[in-house]
Write a protein that binds this ligand. Structure first.
Ligand SMILES: O=C[C@H](O)[C@H](O)COP(=O)(O)O
Ligand SMILES: C=C(OP(=O)(O)O)C(=O)O
Ligand SMILES: [Mn+2]
Length: 450
């Protein structure tokens, strides 16, 4: 696994500059929160992280796909089971479609149970004409448009831990308790196909999935009894941004003696905090989870190879996922040199496409949005780049919700600009709604088959 420097410890990042950390007003209160978290149970276990590592290793080697998706940022207000269930439902539906389209297993990872902290482009934002500290997520402060409510409060880190624990508990119950049954998931997909003009386009593909299930049954496979058809693994992930949350939840595995970040199965380093000599790269070089790094349009081949060497020196397939977010217009030009350089380094990685973060714009009235068509165009460009270089397009990383929100424009049942304010609920970036997410999954399945 990652060669842990002799000088590495869960706290060694403290000697280095850490970008995008909140200006906590009270260092003693923050230290007390760290101390409390150190005494709390881990949210995930090392053995689970190793199982995910194995799954991602299959993706790195071209034998599986990665579907990583969820909110831009989770909300402390979302405590009811319904939005979590709906999010999981759409993830399972997308995964069924992709599994069939690619004829490959899909490794399912939610941006969930800990995706609470945000890096921001600017320290302040204008809300209703008033300049306020930018919203950085509910583990930092409230989203209320009020200067006092935006003061970082470390007590919220503890609240984030409890909410992550309760979300994870629900996910474990749903994924192991029958909700993920493939026949059920296929029924939902048929409902999507039958109930909307967006879905009708995919009738043939959905019928083929139905026939494949009927074929399996005819061959004697009892769909209801076969465990792999009604129990699934959905792993958790978030951006490992708040190192004061990650450090105390980092624990030494009793079996191997290796350190694991036990706040989630997989964590990623954001585009804004991936400096080679920065605190985040230092911290993640020493934990043994599968990790990701976002790569924006400014990433150079040398930088990317250096990140691979630093974060995956033992060259373990599945350890490192590179999440490219280049923009629909530039992905075909910017990605191939990176793909070639990483291949030449000999370091195995999963390449995933985040078609969301470089395709954001504000409408004339100032609403932050993305076009479904740009999202699809970036995914097509990502596949084309891999085809041109001969590398494996490992998967997609998306911002989605199971709710019928109106945050991204377009999709087959188009959300129009004048409809954005009908249900614009995200606390940070615009998410694909359930229909747009399924529409995307069917299109990606068509791409894979093509
Ligand atoms: O989710 C990602 C970032 O936090 C977000 O895209 C930054 O948005 P901003 O440019 O509005 O700060
Ligand atoms: C902050 C995010 O992305 P990036 O680091 O790529 O901007 C995100 O995934 O929400
Ligand atoms: Mn985002």
């Amino acid at each position: 696994m990652a060669v842990t420097e002799p000088t590495w410890s869960p706290a060694s990042w403290r000697a280095l500059p850490a970008g995008q950390q909140p200006a906590w007003p009270d260092a003693a209160a923050l230290a007390a929160v760290r101390e409390r978290l150190r005494g709390m149970p881990p949210l995930v276990f090392a053995g689970e992280a190793r199982k995910l590592l194995h799954g991602l290793g299959e993706v790195a080697e071209g034998r599986a796909l990665l579907l990583q998706a969820g909110d831009c940022v989770e909300s402390f207000r979302e405590v009811s089971p319904i939005p979590i269930r709906e999010k999981l439902k759409v993830l399972l539906q997308m995964s069924a479609v992709l599994t069939f389209g690619a004829s490959l297993p899909v490794v399912k990872v939610g941006r969930v149970a800990g995706q609470f902290a945000k890096p921001r482009s600017a320290d302040t934002e204008i809300v209703d004409g008033v300049e306020l500290p930018s919203f950085r997520g509910h583990t930092v402060h409230s989203d209320e448009a009020d200067a006092a409510a935006r003061v970082p409060d470390p007590e919220r880190i503890v609240q984030g831990y409890y909410q992550a624990a309760s979300t994870l508990n629900l996910l474990r119950a749903y994924t192991k308790g029958g909700f993920a049954d493939i026949t059920q998931v296929h029924t939902w997909n048929k409902e999507f196909v039958a109930s909307s003009s967006a879905g009708q386009r995919y009738e043939q593909l959905a019928d083929e999935i139905g026939r494949a299930l009927a074929f399996m049954q005819a061959c004697g496979i009892d769909l209801a009894a076969e465990r792999s058809l009604h129990e699934v693994d959905v792993w958790t992930s978030h951006e490992g941004l708040l190192l004061d949350y990650e450090e105390p939840l980092t624990r030494k595995d009793s079996l191997t003696g290796d350190w694991y970040a036990c706040s989630a199965h997989m964590l990623w380093i954001g585009e804004r905090t991936r400096e080679l000599d920065g605190a985040h790269v230092e911290f993640f070089s020493g934990v043994h989870n599968p990790i990701g790094v976002k790569l924006g349009p400014a990433a150079t081949a040398d930088e990317v190879v250096a990140l691979c060497e630093r974060l995956n020196p033992r060259r373990l397939p599945g350890r490192l996922t590179l999440i490219a977010r280049m923009g629909a217009d530039r992905v075909r030009e910017l990605l191939p040199p990176l793909l070639r350089a990483v291949r030449e380094s000999g370091i195995p990685v999963v390449w995933a496409c985040d078609p969301m973060h470089a395709n954001v714009f504000r409408t004339a009235s100032g609403v932050k949005t993305r076009r479904f068509d740009d999202v699809m165009r970036e995914i097509e460009g990502f596949f084309a780049a891999h085809r041109a270089v001969g590398t494996w397009p490992g998967g997609v990383h998306l911002e989605i919700t199971g709710e019928d929100v109106t945050e991204c424009l377009g999709g087959a049942e188009a959300v129009l600009e004048e409809q954005l304010d009908h249900r614009y609920e995200t606390l940070c970036d615009p998410r694909l709604n359930a229909r747009q997410s399924l529409d995307l999954a069917f299109r990606v399945a068509e791409l894979m088959r093509g």
